[in-house]
Design a protein around this ligand. Structure first.
Ligand code: GRF
Length: 313
């Protein structure tokens, strides 16, 4: 199994969603682990629970601090914990644009309504006031718009005739606890799927001048117009179970020395004969995308016609 996503959970209070995530993370095969529970409220009850369960915690009172300064402080702690993803779970603090940008695509929130209905606070009061018969909860990516990012998952909850905001909130909360771990699990697992990895390689490869894609023996492959192939993607080639990128090193000597230096990451691709093509594994967990980009660029240069290869970029 690929390395787990490293999730930080931000809370301001009770932390029951955080607890749902924490216990889900203990189940075998859960694709995420909780590496930090952080709060802007030092006496948040959820912090005590997280600490008792052996999860690292961080807290700092936000009062008296500028929003951006406080978020920068949080960001330092997230980095220190090695967080790769962030889950907001009852985090009652608006985030600065900078923080939202930095975690774009890697931060989710749970909200106790069927978004886009009933954004913001006093959700259950709103549902009852407008006599709705169905409500629910939503998990969404966090963007600059409050409760407005793309929705990743929802669960519907019936409104009972004698519901009060308190009884309704309690029932919606049960649904939240089911939804949040499931959605986060699917979300982080999808990121490490071969499809998602290939999409990212494709973006990098096709950003190179005159780069084109075509299928070669069923694999997505990239070539330079008027030149040669510079990269192949390989997924479970002949049942080898490996997801990898194949690029061109300078020759068989470099191929051998790369494999000797890092035999987990590099391999000699089958069916390429004695050539300089080198396989780079993409299925070992966190991918060093700058490294992949460097290899694509190098391989592109080795494969492009001279007039293009000499372009300064
Ligand atoms: C939940 O209802 C969540 O949807 C909302 O705040 C509440 C947090 O509850 N964003 P808890 O702290 O997770 O128990």
């Amino acid at each position: 199994m690929a390395e787990k996503a490293r999730l930080a959970v931000l809370i301001s209070g009770r932390g029951s969603n955080m607890a749902a995530l924490l216990y889900a993370a203990r189940l075998p095969e859960c694709p995420f682990e909780i590496v930090l529970v952080a709060s802007n409220v030092p006496d948040a009850a959820g912090l005590t629970l997280a600490a008792a369960e052996g999860v690292p915690t961080f807290t700092h009172d936000h009062r008296g601090m500028k929003r951006a300064d406080f978020d920068a402080l949080m960001d330092v702690e997230l980095s220190r914990a090695g967080a790769t993803h962030v889950a907001l779970a009852g985090y009652m603090r608006l985030l600065s644009d900078g923080f939202v940008e930095r975690w774009a695509g890697r931060m989710v929130n749970i909200h106790p309504s069927l978004l886009p209905a009933h954004k913001g606070l006093d959700v259950h009061e709103g549902v009852l006031a407008s006599r709705e018969t169905v409500t629910g909860c939503s998990v969404h990516l966090v963007t600059r718009e409050l409760d407005g990012g793309p929705i990743l998952g929802q669960v519907r909850v019936a409104v009972l005739p004698d519901d009060t905001p308190t009884t309704l909130a309690a029932r919606v909360l049960i649904a939240e606890h089911q939804l949040y771990p499931r959605v986060i699990g699917d979300w982080v697992a999808a990121e490490t799927s071969p499809d998602a990895i290939f999409a990212r390689v494709r973006d990098l490869a096709l950003a190179l001048p005159a780069a084109r894609e075509k299928l070669s023996h069923g694999s997505p492959s990239f070539f330079v117009e008027g030149g040669k192939f510079f990269a192949y993607l390989s997924a479970d080639h002949h049942g080898n179970g490996i997801t990898a990128l194949l690029v061109k090193a300078s020759g068989i000597e470099e191929q051998a020395s790369l494999i000797e230096r890092d035999p987990d990451l590099y391999f000699r691709p089958a069916y390429f004969g004695p050539s300089g093509w080198i396989g780079i594994r993409l299925d070992l967990g966190a991918i060093d995308w700058a490294h992949i980009d460097d290899w694509l660029t190098r391989s592109w240069r080795a494969s492009a016609p001279k007039r293009l290869a000499l372009l300064p970029f």
